[in-house]
Design a protein around this ligand. Structure first.
Ligand SMILES: Nc1ncnc2c1ncn2[C@@H]1O[C@H](COP(=O)(O)OP(=O)(O)O)[C@@H](O)[C@H]1O
Ligand SMILES: [Mg+2]
Length: 270
C-alpha cells in the first residue's frame, strides 16, 4: 500500500458560517459561527445527530444554498466558482441515478458532463469508467439498469459517478445510509483502498462513529441546534491505515476515541 503524503494546507475553508431557516414564519437558527478547514488529501467526517444541519452545511459548502453570513472558499475560490470549474463531486444518500441508463452509462455520463477540457479520448474514458466500476465491485453489473439493482448497488454506482472524476473535492452526504451492516463494512473497506491509492479531499457526513474513525483523518463532532463544533479529533490510530486491520477496530486507542465521541454526542445532545 502507498503511504499517504499529507499536504498540510486547507483545500476548503469555511469561515463564520451562520444559517437559519424560516419555518412557518419562525426563524430557526441551524448553526452559528461554524469555522472549519478541510485539509488537502484528507478525509474529514462530520458527525452529529439527525436534523442538526449536516446536509445544510454540505449544501452551503457545495454552493447549493447561500448562508446568512460567512463564506466558503474552495481551492481559493467561492463555492459557485468551484462548481463552475467542475471541482466538486457530490454524493447524497438518494442515489440520483438516471433510470433509463445502465450502470456503465450512468458513470460515463458523469465523466462527460464534468469534463474540464474538450481534450478527451473515448477509449480512455471508457477504461476509466471500467476501472472505477472494478474498484467498487460493479464491473459485472455494468449493463444492469438501476431498477435491477439493490439499494446498496445503486449507492455504489452513485459513488462511482463521483470517484470517476479526477481532481475534484468529494462531498459525501451519508453515502452508506440505508445499507446493511455487512455491505457497509465492505464498502468502507473499498473506499479506504481507493483513497489510499488515490488521496482526495473528502468531506463525509455520517452518523456511524466507527465508520467515521475508520475512514477519516479528522472527525468533527457537532452539537445540537444551533449546531456548533464541539470538538475536532485528529485520528491517528496505529494500524488504522493497515487495510487488513481496518475491519477490526479492537485497539484500545480506537475504542477510546469511539467512547470519547459517543460521550460528547450524548452530553451535547441530551
Ligand atoms: N429548506 C428548508 N426549510 C426549512 N427548514 C429546513 C430546510 N431544510 C432543512 N430544514 C431543517 O433544518 C434542520 C437541519 O436539516 P438538515 O441539514 O437536513 O439536517 P441533517 O442533515 O443533520 O439531518 C432540520 O430541522 C430540517 O427540518
Ligand atoms: Mg442529512
Amino acid at each position: 500500500m502507498k503511504t499517504k503524503m499529507k499536504k498540510h494546507y486547507n483545500d476548503i475553508e469555511v469561515c463564520n458560517l451562520t444559517h437559519s431557516y424560516n419555518t412557518n414564519g419562525k426563524l430557526v437558527e441551524i448553526f452559528r459561527e461554524i469555522n472549519i478547514g478541510f485539509k488537502k488529501d484528507s478525509i474529514t467526517s462530520i458527525i452529529g445527530p439527525n436534523g442538526v444541519g449536516k446536509t445544510t452545511l454540505l449544501n452551503i459548502i457545495a454552493g447549493f444554498i447561500m448562508p446568512d453570513t460567512g463564506n466558503v472558499r474552495i481551492r481559493g475560490v467561492s463555492s459557485k466558482e468551484a462548481c463552475k470549474q467542475k471541482n466538486i463531486g457530490f454524493v447524497s444518500h438518494d442515489h440520483g441515478l438516471l433510470p433509463w441508463m445502465n450502470v456503465f452509462d450512468n458513470v460515463l455520463l458523469s465523466l462527460t458532463l464534468n469534463r474540464k477540457s474538450n481534450n478527451h479520448n473515448v477509449d480512455e474514458d471508457e477504461s476509466k469508467v471500467l476501472q472505477t466500476l472494478d474498484q467498487l465491485g460493479l464491473v459485472d453489473w455494468r449493463y444492469y439498469f438501476p431498477h435491477q439493482l439493490s439499494k446498496g448497488m445503486c449507492q455504489r454506482v452513485s459513488l462511482a459517478r463521483a470517484l470517476v472524476l479526477d481532481d475534484v473535492i468529494l462531498i459525501l452526504d451519508e453515502p452508506m445510509a440505508n445499507l446493511d451492516e455487512l455491505t457497509r463494512e465492505k464498502l468502507r473497506y473499498d473506499l479506504l483502498e481507493i483513497f489510499s491509492s488515490n488521496p482526495r479531499t473528502v468531506i463525509l457526513v455520517t452518523h456511524n462513529i466507527t465508520e467515521s474513525i475508520q475512514l477519516s483523518d479528522f472527525v468533527i463532532v457537532l452539537s445540537n441546534q444551533p449546531a456548533e463544533i464541539v470538538k475536532s479529533f485528529e485520528i491517528n490510530v496505529s494500524g488504522k491505515n493497515n487495510l487488513d486491520n481496518v475491519m477490526l477496530p479492537t485497539s484500545v486507542e480506537f475504542n477510546s476515541i469511539i467512547n470519547n465521541i459517543r460521550d460528547l454526542l450524548h452530553e451535547k445532545n441530551s
